[in-house]
Design a protein around this ligand. Structure first.
Ligand SMILES: Cc1cc2nc3c(=O)[nH]c(=O)nc-3n(C[C@H](O)[C@H](O)[C@H](O)COP(=O)(O)OP(=O)(O)OC[C@H]3O[C@@H](n4cnc5c(N)ncnc54)[C@H](O)[C@@H]3O)c2cc1C
Length: 292
């Protein structure tokens, strides 16, 4: 079995290679990344100045000449757009957003459905997939890849200005401990009240969609969930988060989930390892005292 992995985000490429390693031979096409050749792919092709037009042209041509059993495309903005173009141009159906791929006599994949409310596990005869970020934790291999730099045609696009997003701190996908806040926090000013816990645990702060997207108490890159980031910390501490399925979709990879919520019937208590029913503004200071 032979697979091609494409990602414009090398971090996602590392995860997909780690996930598929041992199941099949892997070639990768990726944006440049010093560490990527250390993850066990057979061949790594690096590109520069890749935009949707020259990348799709290259890939259509490459895949017409090189045969792979499976094509895995990282589900980034570029990846999803490319998957659509390749699907049309190569007349190949693409299964979106898988987070599990098992290859035995048959191929069995898993993906979320109904806006994250259900998981569909299905036998698949597809050959092309987009892969949700965070499919596994990337680990280096002792096998080094052969590296080739490829040249793309000149794109019709060019970058005229780069403006960084309003972000702070490290990427929550790499955090070992996350203190995550929900609407139950009440206001942005109240973030100060949970900061002692964040500091005591050397944690990263994250939040639910309303907190990051609607109220903007935190920046967008801190959103956890189906339409946010999938995190895999050792400890995920949910403060005033109800635990709707779209949020849970982002935290299932956590080793231990701890929830504090004043509503004992909140769905988060179905998902957590440890739950405390009560007012977070009473419990958080008590926790901080105990930790000290
Ligand atoms: C297509 C789609 C994608 C989505 N993607 C995401 C996503 O990626 N991430 C995400 O988070 N959501 C996502 N959502 C939204 C999701 O459905 C929920 O609306 C959202 O997760 C709720 O956020 P919350 O838990 O912060 O707020 P709420 O559901 O309002 O929960 C607040 C909780 O705080 C508790 N509380 C209140 N005061 C206190 C207190 N003093 N002490 C303790 N507890 C208290 C309440 O009991 C309540 O359970 C998505 C929705 C859709 C339709």
């Amino acid at each position: 079995m032979k697979a091609l992995v494409f990602s414009d985000e090398p971090k996602n490429a590392r995860e997909i290679i780690t996930y598929l390693r041992g199941k099949m031979d892997i070639d990768v096409i990726s944006a440049e990344d010093k560490e990527l050749p250390e993850y066990g792919a057979k061949k790594v092709y690096f590109y520069r100045d890749g935009f949707i037009d020259n990348l799709s042209k290259f890939l259509v041509d490459y895949l017409s000449k090189n045969k792979y059993d499976f094509i895995f495309i990282s589900s980034t903005n570029t990846g999803r757009e490319l998957a659509g173009i390749l699907s049309y141009r190569l007349k190949m159906k693409c299964m979106p957003e898988i987070f599990s791929f098992e290859q035995g006599d048959k191929t069995v994949t898993k993906r979320f459905f109904h806006g994250g409310k259900t998981v569909v596990e299905e036998e698949s005869n597809f050959h092309m997939f987009t892969v949700s970020p965070g499919i596994c934790e990337a680990e280096k291999s002792d096998k080094k890849s052969e590296v080739e730099n490829m040249t793309l045609d000149k794109s019709n696009y060019k970058i005229v200005n780069v403006k960084s997003k309003n972000t702070a701190g490290t990427d929550i996908r790499n955090a070992r401990v996350i203190v995550s806040i929900g609407r139950g926090l009440g206001s942005q000013e109240n973030i100060e009240k949970i900061k002692p816990l964040v500091e005591e645990l050397h944690a990263e702060i994250a939040g639910s969609r309303p907190v990051c997207l609607d109220y903007k108490w935190l920046s967008e890159d801190k959103q956890v969930g189906l339409s946010g980031k999938k995190v895999r910390p050792d400890f995920y501490i949910a403060l005033g988060i109800s635990g709707q399925i779209q949020h849970i979709a982002g935290i299932r990879g956590s080793k231990t989930i701890i929830a504090i919520n004043k509503d004992k019937s909140a769905p988060i208590f179905e998902e957590c390892d440890y739950g405390i029913v009560g007012d977070l503004f009473t419990i958080v200071p008590e926790l901080v005292e105990k930790l000290k």
